[in-house]
Design a protein. Structure first.
Lengths: 111, 112
């Protein structure tokens, strides 16, 4: 069955780089787009970016300069890297196929 | 970027009541191929979002038919015909016609 699972550090220091992995099963990354979405505590959903089935990417305009999304199709993984983290980047980070979502991973930016 | 404006921000309903949520876009979501990439999601407390409606009016897998979506261009509506207790949570519209994708701010459905 289709599953997505996020993994990564729960705590990141300010100005450091966040690296998250989304491991998928039940479908091929070359057939579906996978997106990243985040949700600060008590707030709404924010679309971060996506990697399309063909491998091209799109990013949130406000985050574009700090973001990189890539994939390793042999491992069925989508990778998110965001640099220069600030406290405002504290959020639950989800990966999603649109119709299926991971459980999310909480990332706290704090010294 | 496309701005999606959801109204109301909070909705109080009784069980069995029918309610509607509006999602208005800052520009038309109809693309050159005739597709409209407007989606509705429900996020229950403590859970990941769940897809309710895709492409304006198509019911997601396993979604009860008391949910329906309608609209075109810049104006879209999600209707729940007979609210049930499991429908409580925050509803979001999302557009994927114009990159980057954007979400509305959400509508919280609570019990009156």
């Amino acid at each position: 069955q289709v599953q997505l699972k996020e993994s990564g550090p729960g705590l990141v220091q300010p100005s450091q780089t966040l690296s998250l992995t989304c491991t998928v099963s039940g479908f091929s990354l070359t057939s579906y787009t996978v997106s990243w979405v985040r949700q600060p505590p008590g707030k709404g959903l924010e679309w971060i970016g996506a990697i399309w089935s063909g491998g091209s990417t799109d990013y949130n305009s406000a985050l574009k300069s700090r973001l990189s999304i890539s994939r390793d199709t042999s491992k069925s993984q989508v990778l998110l890297k965001m640099n220069s983290l600030q406290t405002e980047d504290t959020a639950i980070y989800f990966c999603t196929r649109g119709d299926y979502w991971g459980q999310g991973v909480m990332v706290t930016v704090s010294s | 970027d496309v701005v999606l404006t959801q109204t109301p921000s909070t909705l109080s309903a009784t069980i069995g009541q029918s309610v509607s949520i509006s999602c208005r876009s800052s520009q038309s979501l109809l693309d050159s191929a005739g597709n409209t990439y407007l989606y509705w999601y429900l996020q229950r407390p403590g859970q990941s979002p769940q897809l309710l409606i895709y492409l304006v009016s198509n019911l997601g897998s396993g979604v009860p038919n008391r949910f329906s979506g309608s609209g075109s261009g810049t104006d879209f509506t999600l209707k729940i015909s007979g609210v049930e207790a499991e429908d409580l949570g925050v509803y979001y519209c999302m557009q994927a016609t114009h990159a980057p994708n954007t979400f509305g701010a959400g509508t919280k459905l609570e019990l009156k």
